[in-house]
Design a protein around this ligand. Structure first.
Ligand code: NAD
Length: 440
């Protein structure tokens, strides 16, 4: 099939490359000329495992092309996916649909009869109806509009796209359903569950999924606080409850709070949808508050370990991206933490395996180190913020020997207290017994 992807970011680029890999002919369109020039020169705009090889292989097969020219990009396409950004609108948190509607209006001028327009971007309930209205207003009466929300995770995006837990398709007509079924045929043959539903339901399903995951994270974070107060271990609590199939083990890792480009904005957008509908969503509202408070309070954990006065203190920070295997800094828990450390007078030496370039746009006054050991050298405390694999097997003896203070604040519970203490480090994990145990 011929597919056009409007928006070539994390979702558009990964989806486009995977669809091409399924055997379809895909053109990825983006209005960011630097991004498209880079892709045409073989430079990936994002860091995502396996992406470069997948893009190159499908370009070589002649199935994947990139352009800034929307009319030529969508010419002949049976389906046009919209994968542009839907950030939170400043002030109220409503999903900003400017990019979506801009793309639809541009598309309306050139769309061919029978094309299926599919929103892959995360969009509030009713956006498909609005797209249909805009298309009609622009004189297009024979296009189908469907919703196909994307559930891939950055850092594992290709694997998620090719082996999804499920595919959700919201469509109001048979033609749209048939076209999407054909596009996803290779996954269908692999027995990936495909849920066909109404367009509005599909739109809401994406928000409900992200909101539920955010709730799960905030829940275990609050249990972690309780563990610290009553001298219990959240790791074991999480395992003890996660082995229950009704609960499931995933997303039960206590830490510094969720970030990224999806959960923070999607929970806010769900609340906006609910408010507009006159239905309170107390659990999600509380989750947003719990998470915001938590991220703001991470600096207190460093203070609890080395004292309130950060003047003249040097803090090593490991991991800046919002999670491992991505360079995405959007809403990363490292941002409020590092900013607070600097505001309170600390020097920060930070290391992230891939996010440095993105982080440099966010932080002023941070010294970027060449590796984890350099970040720790001379530090009064070392804080693990993102659980990159390469931070899991650090030589703690070497780290401790190079530090001025001997304090490890492990916001991801990567290490055990015993191994840190054996290396001579005072250990401060999350939810692992009383927080302020005597240092060795
Ligand atoms: P992104 O910011 O990485 O990419 C969006 C791209 O769209 C940008 O390159 C931008 O230049 C381009 N764009 C904007 N307007 C355009 C237009 N009119 N024509 C052509 N290109 C245009 O965003 P993303 O992270 O890929 O997210 C896209 C959507 O997918 C969002 O709604 C997001 O919520 C959703 N989503 C994201 C993820 C994720 O992990 N990033 C996962 C699932 C769903």
């Amino acid at each position: 099939m011929r597919i056009a992807m409007i928006g070539t970011g994390y979702v558009g680029l990964v989806s486009g490359a995977c669809f091409a890999d399924f055997g379809h002919h895909v053109t990825c369109v983006d209005k960011d000329a630097a991004k498209i020039d880079g892709l045409n020169a073989g430079v990936m705009p994002i860091w995502e495992p396996g992406l470069e090889a997948l893009v190159k292989a499908n370009e070589d097969r002649g199935r994947l092309t990139f352009t800034t020219d929307l009319p030529s990009g969508v010419a002949g396409a049976e389906a046009v996916f919209i994968a542009v950004g839907t950030p939170a609108r400043r002030g109220d948190g409503h999903a900003d649909l400017t990019f979506v509607f801009e793309a639809v209006r541009e598309l309306a001028k050139v769309i061919e009869p029978g094309t299926v327009v599919v929103t892959k971007s995360t969009v509030p309930v009713g956006t498909g109806d609005e797209i249909e209205r805009i298309l009609k207003e622009e004189g297009v009466t024979d296009a189908s509009v469907a919703s196909n929300p994307e559930f891939l995770r950055e850092g594992a995006a290709i694997a998620d796209f090719k082996h999804p837990d499920r595919i959700v398709v919201g469509a109001e007509d048979e033609h749209a359903r048939d076209v999407l079924k054909e596009i996803y045929r290779p996954l269908f043959l692999n027995r990936a569950p495909i849920l066909f539903t109404g367009r509005r339901t599909a739109e809401l399903t994406k928000y409900a999924a992200n909101a539920f995951l955010a709730v799960k994270i905030s829940f275990i974070n609050e249990v972690a606080d309780l563990c610290e107060a009553v001298d219990a271990d959240v790791q074991d609590v999480a395992r003890g409850i996660g082995l229950d199939n009704r609960i499931g083990a995933k997303f039960l890792h206590a830490g510094p709070g969720y970030g990224g480009s999806c959960f923070p904005k999607d929970t806010l957008a769900l609340l906006q949808t609910a408010e507009k509908a006159g239905v309170d969503q107390r659990i999600v509202r509380t989750t947003v508050q719990v998470n915001d408070d938590r991220k703001a309070r991470m600096v207190d954990r460093v203070a609890a370990a080395i004292g309130e006065d950060f003047g003249g203190k040097r803090i090593g920070v490991l991991g800046l991206a919002f999670k491992p295997n991505t360079d995405d800094m959007r809403e990363a828990p490292s941002i409020p933490l590092v900013k607070a450390l600097i505001d309170r007078g600390a020097e920060v030496s930070a290391f992230d395996p891939v996010a440095r370039e993105q982080a440099e746009k966010v932080f002023a006054g941070v010294e970027f180190s060449k590796d984890a050991y350099a970040a720790a050298s001379g530090a009064d405390a070392l804080v693990i913020v993102t659980e990159w694999d390469e931070f899991r097997a650090l030589d703690l003896d070497k780290i401790a020997a190079s530090m001025r203070g001997k304090v490890l604040v492990d916001l991801r519970n990567v290490y055990d207290r015993e191994e840190a203490e054996e290396a001579g480090l005072a250990y401060y994990g999350v939810g692992r017994g009383r927080l302020f145990r005597t240092a060795p």
